[in-house]
Design a protein around this ligand. Structure first.
Ligand code: SF4
Length: 342
């Protein structure tokens, strides 16, 4: 029998908050709503033949996600990011976003998407309460794009346009840098972002459970900033501007805005980490590369109370490492981006 939230939380709203052992306030919950995707990017999922999506019955229902967020909001979580797999392959996503937007305390809802389905969903998502979208864009070359993702580039470009028209701004573009695959496109991707009034962020490849050889394809942001075509566009000598996210920014030349860099391998940003992650099968993770995750799904399906859910959040906060460790030897199947949600 669920305890009503009112009886459970004796103290008024907002007094409780999730603070870890290093005094980091954890107010940001990334929610993976599915481990399925309509693309197959090798850096995101284990080798194609090794990847098995969870049976749908094992994925959290929208009602379960909403209940978890209701408890998390009472613990001070106010920022949500919807991720996947590809979140838009999960039917009825706008209804979930509408229910999350109604939860007291939740002030910001964003999403990360490959944009292939945005051209038909963008308006409904905004009406439901979605504020912003980050769009994955790893190449502007249609052939390279198809090789990388197994999908076509044009729906993504249409999705970016639809997001702009629907007001899902500012649009941020995310590019995972891969040596020998797309590291020669940095300059053209910057030009594309400027032309589309978007901000692009380049992300260092992380050694997660994936179908890509990290040693072969990893390239540091520092290497990229040595490039002439990049230096023609970016004020590489300017101080890196930090933000309240994992990204750091450098100004573009001629006042064309800025470009972002997310450097999980070469310049850690754990000191300001405010994130917890909920996987699509109900695992609560305190840190992206960490192996441990606490099972909220089974707890709830066994009749667990809201207090028990809150206790799992508090335990996860206590388990959060000071600095996340990318354990190259881990073969934990659950440690793939498609499973965790990035
Ligand atoms: S590695 Fe872990 S602690 Fe560091 S920023 Fe990522 S999630 Fe946060």
């Amino acid at each position: 029998m669920h305890e009503s939230p009112l009886t459970f939380f004796k103290e008024p709203l907002r007094s409780a908050s999730l603070v870890d052992r290093f005094d980091r306030q954890l107010n940001y919950l990334r929610i993976s709503v599915t481990d399925r995707c309509n693309m197959r990017c090798d850096y995101c999922r284990p080798a194609a033949d090794a990847y098995q999506a969870e049976p749908r019955s094992q994925l959290l229902s929208f009602a379960e996600i909403e209940r978890i967020v209701r408890v998390a909001a009472r613990l001070g979580v106010n920022k949500l990011r919807i991720t996947g797999g590809e979140p838009l392959v999960r039917k009825g996503l706008s209804e979930l976003i509408a229910s999350l937007a109604r939860i007291e305390g939740i002030s910001d809802i964003a999403m990360t998407s490959n944009a292939t389905l945005l051209f038909k969903e963008a308006k409904a998502l905004v009406d439901a309460g979605l504020h912003r979208v980050n769009i994955s864009l790893d190449s502007l070359n249609p052939l390279h794009f198809r090789t990388l993702t197994g999908a076509e580039l044009s729906p993504v470009l249409a999705g970016i346009q639809a997001a702009k028209e629907a007001g899902l701004t500012p649009i941020k573009l995310n590019t995972v840098l891969m040596r020998g695959i797309n590291d020669d496109e940095v300059a053209s991707l910057i030009d594309f972002a400027v032309a589309h009034d978007a901000t692009i962020r380049f992300i260092e490849l992380m050694p997660m459970k994936q179908g890509m050889d990290w040693d072969k394809h990893y390239i540091s942001i520092e290497d990229i900033l040595q490039r002439e075509d990049v230096q023609q566009r970016v004020q590489v000598d300017a101080p890196l501007l930090t933000s309240n996210t994992a990204a750091r920014y450098l100004p573009l030349k001629e006042g064309k805005g800025s470009v972002g860099f997310i450097m999980p391998m070469s310049s850690r940003f754990c000191d300001g980490c405010n994130r917890l992650r909920l996987t699509s099968d109900g695992g609560l993770r305190s840190c992206l590369p960490a192996d441990e995750q606490l099972n909220l799904r089974d707890l709830m399906r066994r009749g667990g109370t809201d207090k028990a859910i809150a206790d799992v959040f508090l335990r996860s906060a206590m388990l959060k490492p000071e600095i996340g460790v990318y354990d190259f030897s881990s073969d934990n199947e659950k440690r793939s981006m498609i499973h965790i949600g990035g």
